[in-house]
Design a binder for this molecule. Structure first.
Ligand code: G4P
Length: 534
């Protein structure tokens, strides 16, 4: 038991959120480099094959393969066991990222210093906010000209509504990067242009006090004076760092650095480990389940099928929330009611998978799925029935009717499409009184349609046609009380709104506009529409 507590206490599980191109792949590599997990950075992934060529199928396939090996990476650093959760950077896969955030205990928000807070960052930040998890901020690419750092803090405050407290402060943001001032130990760390090797090796640190004459010689008196006035302003007007506010996600410690040259990465990692929380209790219905409970429990946040084209495997990724996993552990599934043995769990390190002998709360394991898991499924050992909450299904914004081209292939079509829906690649709707040919697929990003078509062909040998529909919104149907409950077909809706059932047979209405949603709400007393379904 003590052994287990110790193991859990040294776990840190986090995800990196960022807009594409901010440097997520780069910083992930560098963190692994410092963790000694790889010796030369640049070897983590097939170096993210051109994410810009999104319509190139080979690339999407490649990206999918890559994202799998890096779904969860584990490394050891100074006695800590760190799990980094990663997701493909492409905007259209953001649902995946959202779910991943449910499995993380804190997040690192990565921002490009020249661009500031971008669209995708805003969306992902909103999810962190919803979960109330602590957020670190790393402002990247400081080796180049960036926005003025005070403006960046202002953006965090105004655009995201989070207070910020810089841990270090950049010197020379006009394209002449000199280094950072560490506000905690009051030392300047100089940036060495020659640290070179494209940051493939760790950098040494050279520190000086901000008022030393040697510093003026090295960076010039102009930058030294600027630094002195910045420090003064920060000390007077800046937000003090309050740990409780940070743990509630209300203030973010800000770090400036340059992932590509490794500059600031080690300092970040050091503070990250000091401040980030270990796994904490999670809500399951009325109960809070402590991570050091004497039973194993967890939930599925991601499913990926056909990872290996030679044999149809399906893998479910489980975030362990309590206890310890040991080989051959038997669990009860909360949603399906089934009992099963977790076989051959795997953990991922760079490009290698390895079989896990034991894992603890905070860790992610991938298990082969015999077809019983779905996203949001919870499980527990020791005959317990635990149901974790809040793995959201987000409302799609684009819809299309899908037809199978060759009616002889109907069976493969159904297997394929249901499989992909289980994986969360698309959401699938049926009109209640019409046959199964009329599936409607809903997606958050339009690229998912192309992925769907491609995967049905590549993995199930089924060709489909799709015709895009004008719906823009999907709302789950609920009723305020028993008296107002009605059948879907009895709802009063505009003629262009369509009642359907989702793949869990839950009632949903598809709408063309927000106006039609309001129209329906006005005419159906007791009706409630939900945007997000658990
Ligand atoms: P992503 O996963 O968030 O999409 O970003 P990624 O790490 O792939 O980085 C995007 C681009 O930004 C890459 O350039 C990368 O080299 C560059 N980059 C990352 N960190 C820094 C940094 O600290 N400073 C500077 N100046 N650039 C940085 P690319 O040209 O798209 O790719 P590559 O040719 O370097 O591989």
């Amino acid at each position: 038991m003590d052994e287990m507590r110790k193991e859990i206490a040294r776990r840190r599980t986090f995800a990196i959120i960022s807009h594409p191109d901010a440097g997520k792949t780069t910083i992930t590599e560098k963190l692994l480099l410092y963790g000694g997990a790889i010796h030369l950075a640049g070897t983590v992934k097939g170096r993210k094959a051109s994410k810009h060529a999104t319509s190139d199928w080979m690339e999407i396939e490649k990206q999918r393969g890559i994202s799998v090996t890096s779904s969860a990476m584990q490394f050891e650093y100074e006695g800590f066991c760190i799990n980094i959760l990663d997701t493909p950077g492409h905007q259209d896969f953001s649902e995946d990222t959202y779910r991943t955030l449910c499995a993380a205990d804190c997040a690192v928000m990565l921002i490009d210093g020249a661009k500031g807070v971008e669209a995708q960052t805003i969306k992902l930040f909103a999810v962190c906010r919803m979960r109330g998890i602590p957020i670190f901020t790393f402002v990247n690419k400081m080796d180049r000209a960036s926005k003025p750092p005070f403006d960046l803090l202002d953006e965090l405050e105004k655009v995201l509504g989070i207070h910020s407290s810089p841990v270090n402060w950049p010197i020379g943001t006009d394209g002449n990067f000199k280094g950072v001032y560490d506000r905690v130990n009051k030392q300047v760390q100089l940036f060495d242009q020659r640290s070179g090797h494209h940051g493939a090796r760790k950098v040494g640190m050279h520190s000086l006090t901000p008022d030393s004459p040697e510093l003026a010689d090295l960076i010039g008196s102009h930058y030294q004076e600027l630094l002195a006035s910045d420090i003064e302003l920060l000390d007077i007007a800046g937000n003090p760092f309050v740990e409780e506010d940070f743990l509630r996600g209300e203030i973010t410690p800000v770090f400036f650095g340059s992932a590509i040259t490794n500059f600031g990465v080690e300092t970040f990692l050091k503070y990250f480990l000091e401040l980030s929380p270990p796994p904490s209790p999670r809500r399951a219905g009325e109960e809070m389940i402590a991570p050091d409970s004497d039973f194993f429990s967890g939930f599925v946040f991601k499913i990926q099928a056909n990872m290996n084209p030679d044999h149809r495997d399906r893998m479910a990724f489980i975030r362990i929330c309590s206890g310890k996993y040991e080989k051959g552990l038997q669990v009860n599934l909360a949603l399906s009611g089934k009992t099963l043995k977790l076989t051959q769990p795997q953990q991922f390190m760079a490009q290698d998978r390895s079989i896990v002998e034991e894992a603890y709360a905070g860790d992610i394991i991938g298990v082969f799925d015999p077809g019983v898991f779905r996203i949001g499924e919870s499980m527990a050992s020791g005959g317990k029935k635990i149901r974790y909450e809040g793995i959201p299904v987000f409302p799609p914004e684009h819809f299309a009717r899908i037809y199978v081209k060759d009616s002889m292939k109907r069976k493969q079509f159904l297997t394929g499409i249901e499989q992909l829906a289980l994986e969360g690649a698309v959401q699938l709707y049926k009109q209640p009184d019409i046959g199964t040919e009329t599936y409607i697929a809903g997606v958050v990003g339009v690229l998912q349609f192309e992925v769907l078509e491609h995967r049905l062909k590549a993995e199930y040998n089924v060709s489909v046609t799709m015709s895009r529909l004008n719906y823009r919104l999907a709302r789950w149907v609920r009723f305020k009380d028993k008296e107002s409950v009605r059948e879907l077909k009895d709802l009063t809706l505009t003629s262009t709104s369509m009642p359907v059932l989702d793949s869990r047979q839950a009632p949903v209405v598809l709408f063309e506009s927000a106006w039609a949603v309001d129209w329906a709400l006005e005419r159906n007393p007791g009706l409630v529409f939900e945007e997000i379904s658990d």
